[in-house]
Design a protein around this ligand. Sequence first.
Ligand code: XMP
Length: 324
Amino acid sequence: MNKNMRPAEMQRINTPALAEAFIAEQVEAVRAQVGDKKVLLALSGGVDSSVVAALLIKAIGKQLVCVHVNHGLMRKGESEQVIEVFRDQMDANLIYVDAADRFLDLLAGVDEPERKRKIIGGEFIKVFDEEARKLEGISFLAQGTIYPDILESDGVKAHHNVGGLPEEMEFELVEPLRLLFKDEVREVGRALGLPESMVERQPFPGPGLGVRCLGAITRDRLAALRESDAILREEIAAAGLKIWQFFTVVPDFRSTGVRDGKRAFDWPVIIRAVNTVDAITATVPEIPWEVLEKVTSRILAEVPGVCRVLYDLTPKPVGTIEWE
Ligand code: XMP
């Protein structure tokens, strides 16, 4: 039987008890596959890689080596959360690589979106490969492949994917989630004790904030992007709104404003929010006016270099979810 085909009789994992049963089964399977060998995992902090990490920590503890590469394009607090959850709480073997300067230096002056994606993807592989070479005795590579990745090899994720790992890496793969749908992965993550903020995390593109800091990325606009995005997330959470994906975007043009009685010439922040099932089409939710006003006034008061806030009303199609 093809181990990448979901058996017809496989039950949908939608209760904690079913998740526990899946975990027990996979813990055994991983132990049998790996023995006393070491396993490497690129841990981005996204749902899939986080759930794989938690599962493997349960199965093989410190035989798992997690590498978290901070490419400088993470959202506010994300790398910190990876360290807190996996190193501090789960006592994982976690290597944290702060590669922000490397990525930002390479990206300086590059304004073409696909070129930016290629640089980020290529550099990610390079950094990960360098870390892997420093380690001894790694035989396996764990990956957060899930069933839609296998089914939709030409789907949205594959279309965009930049974060693939080098094919010449000679590792055997460990992919314990390969037969699960996303909601099942979340259920398993919950049963493994991951925080809700990680299990319910929004989709986040591999190139991260790199495709939301439009045009050539600069550190000041990246900081404005990160801060405004954090404010938006705080206010959407405080208002209890359920939106599939939302974030801010900072373009590379400025507009005129007035601050403290003086003329300003600063960046705008664009709010983007969508609801969708499959990311192929998307609609724009009606965010309550008070929430938009609150977000706007906070961004204008708290984020340096920003003098205007806009809400993008464009459905997909015609506009893609991301701006680049
Ligand atoms: P678009 O912009 O094509 O996005 O409507 C659809 C979904 O894909 C995500 N996205 C990416 N994911 N690497 C990724 O892993 C990328 O380069 C990338 N670009 C877009 C986007 O956030 C949305 O959820």
